[in-house]
Write a protein of this length. Structure first.
Length: 267
């Protein structure tokens, strides 16, 4: 009997500690639940992505974009570039102003309307590759593909002449890069170290084409222009070849005999 009373007394003495332990357990459980909820909520915030239109394949400059060349991916909001598009329909039909790589987000500063290709501000300096020179060819509606040749295009040059067997027409230079169309319009800043900042490019149908050729090619073209007719064909963007290297230094000046030796007819 005495032992039972002592056991009951012991339980009564320990009861406060048991209650305190239970309370602490509830506090810990509540804190853990709060951490889980907060973590999940924070994870939801991080995972809140934004739909962004990217290139599904490499896109070439100056070529209208089709729907199958685009896809929508999810980007964390903080990584979405300024000016990005969220809907494919907003990009279809636009034209890249530069090459765009697969997976690259499309933004409003790298695509324009097709109608904006034929006019706009361009750098005043000519983009002449090292070893080449700029040379201006006469053009017009019939010889210049009805004005569809634009800066950045590549053309083949056809010349006509005569042989012992009669008249001949032949492609003399291929894959010639057009760097300007029409005449430049700008004000020269005499004595200015900054120079001209921009020129106004003209719409299609210019009376001249400025191309990048070697000095030797330029000399041949002078002869052809003086004594025969030149015409141009416009290459498809899918047929653009790699930039050719300039011709090795040739003798100063070319003659009709040089033309005959190299092209098989006299201009």
């Amino acid at each position: 009997m005495v032992e039972m009373q002592e056991a009951i007394a012991t339980v009564r003495q320990r009861r406060p500690f048991t209650i305190v332990g239970a309370v602490l357990a509830l506090v810990v459980l509540g804190a853990f639940s709060l951490v889980v909820i907060t973590t999940r909520g924070g994870g939801g915030t991080v995972a809140a992505n934004t739909s962004t239109v990217v290139a599904a394949t490499d896109l070439q400059s100056r070529t209208p974009i089709s729907k199958d060349q685009l896809q929508v991916v999810q980007f964390p909001a903080e990584f979405v570039p300024a000016g990005a598009f969220a809907n494919v329909k907003d990009v279809v039909g636009l034209v890249p102003v530069t090459d765009i790589r697969k997976g690259q987000p499309l933004t409003n500063n790298v695509v324009i309307n097709a109608s904006d290709l034929i006019s706009g501000q361009e750098p005043a300096f000519l983009p002449i590759p090292k070893g080449f020179v700029a040379f201006t060819l006469p053009s017009g509606e019939q010889v210049g593909v009805a004005g569809y040749i634009q800066a950045g295009d590549y053309i083949d040059i056809i010349a006509s002449g005569n042989t012992s067997k009669g008249a001949i027409s032949k492609t003399i230079f291929t894959n010639v890069h057009v760097i300007r169309v029409g005449a430049a319009t700008f004000d020269v800043k005499t004595g200015s170290t900054s120079g001209v900042t921009s020129i106004q490019s003209r719409p299609g149908g210019g009376s001249s084409l400025t191309v990048a050729v070697s000095q030797c090619q330029a000399e041949y073209l002078v002869l052809f222009m003086a004594s025969s007719g030149l015409r141009y064909t416009l290459l498809s963007h899918s047929d653009y070849g790699p930039a050719t290297t300039p011709d090795p230094p040739c003798k100063s000046g070319v003659t009709a005999a040089d033309v005959l030796a190299n092209f098989g007819f006299s201009p």
